[in-house]
Design a protein around this ligand. Sequence first.
Ligand code: ADP
Ligand code: ZN
Length: 364
Amino acid sequence: MFSQLTLKTSYSDEYFIKVGYDIRNEVIGFLAQGFSTSKIIMVIDGNVDNTFGEDWFNDLKKSFKHVVKCVVPSGEKSKSLSSYNQLLDNILSSGIERKTPLLAIGGGVTGDLAGYVAASVLRGIPLIHVPTTLLAMVDSSIGGKTGINHSTGKNLIGAFYQPKAVFSDLKFLETLPEKEWVNGISEILKCGFINDPSIFEELKELTREGDFSPAKEWKHLVEKSAAIKVHIVARDVKESGIREFLNFGHTFAHVLERIGEYTDYSHGEAVYVGMWAAVFASNKLGADIGIANLKDFKSLYDVYKDGFQTNTDELVSLMQKDKKVQNEKVRLVLLKSLGQPYTRTISDKQLLNSSWDYVKEIFG
Ligand code: ADP
Ligand code: ZN
């Protein structure tokens, strides 16, 4: 029996998140029992489909008469209106009903796109997430954010829509490229800073000398990180108060992602750099946080240097233009100490400048 987390949101039924290894049968059992329908929609990432698609499709066929399979090409470009349209065409032409479940198997891209389709088609059909990247397991599959990009910016079209369940099957991680592991590791480190510093030791054990432990052994840490997100999201479903803590390192990160045109820096690399800046700023405002917990993982990252040539004033002014910024006042998530986050509106531009200068020195 796997342990499981429950996320109770104020405006939808509660749902559970289960982390296990090789749990395909259990997922399909849940679907077959929970949804009295002969049809299911399976939306799967292209790369994941190559290795795992056939097994999932064949097993779904044993429980459902019709399996409508849609493959989402790998990569951020699939979070687009045209992919959304294509998916809708496939799904609607297959003749679905309000109770037809949609199973989303993939990373953040597939989850966000398929989630938004599930939220909007027929005003909402049941959504079940099967995240296949470490990042999606600990972060993007939890909390109900769905959406796609618009030509004027990222994630500008979307909805809050909670899934019926999230099943994280660690078996998928066995084929995950190292770069994608590191992407997820940043969000796990973030959980260490904002909530539970015991994460650092555990993560060190699992990444000893740059060799990642077998996927199965990540269960406890994936559960722990997911539980932290669950705990924060459950207390703040629509992102007004404490959910902001999940943005630790992200205000800086978004600037790097932008100047690198979303290709030079992965989200995880940018967040890792952003956490160095946020720790520096926290210390400037009175905290006393050592940098060992950042340094210990630095060899996992190969951060692109050229972005740090950008003028510091320009980096700061980009921060002031972030979509979440009001009146050019930057709000940062900072730490009083490890595990003790707070938010602060920063009027002292000098603090932002010196934080950027600090990371430029480290990564430039
Ligand atoms: P994220 O979850 O980081 O937001 P994506 O959905 O873009 O990111 O997935 C990142 C990349 O990893 C994509 O190229 C995707 O096809 C690939 N991918 C996802 N899951 C797996 C997996 N389990 N094994 C191998 N590749 C995967
Ligand atoms: Zn993030």
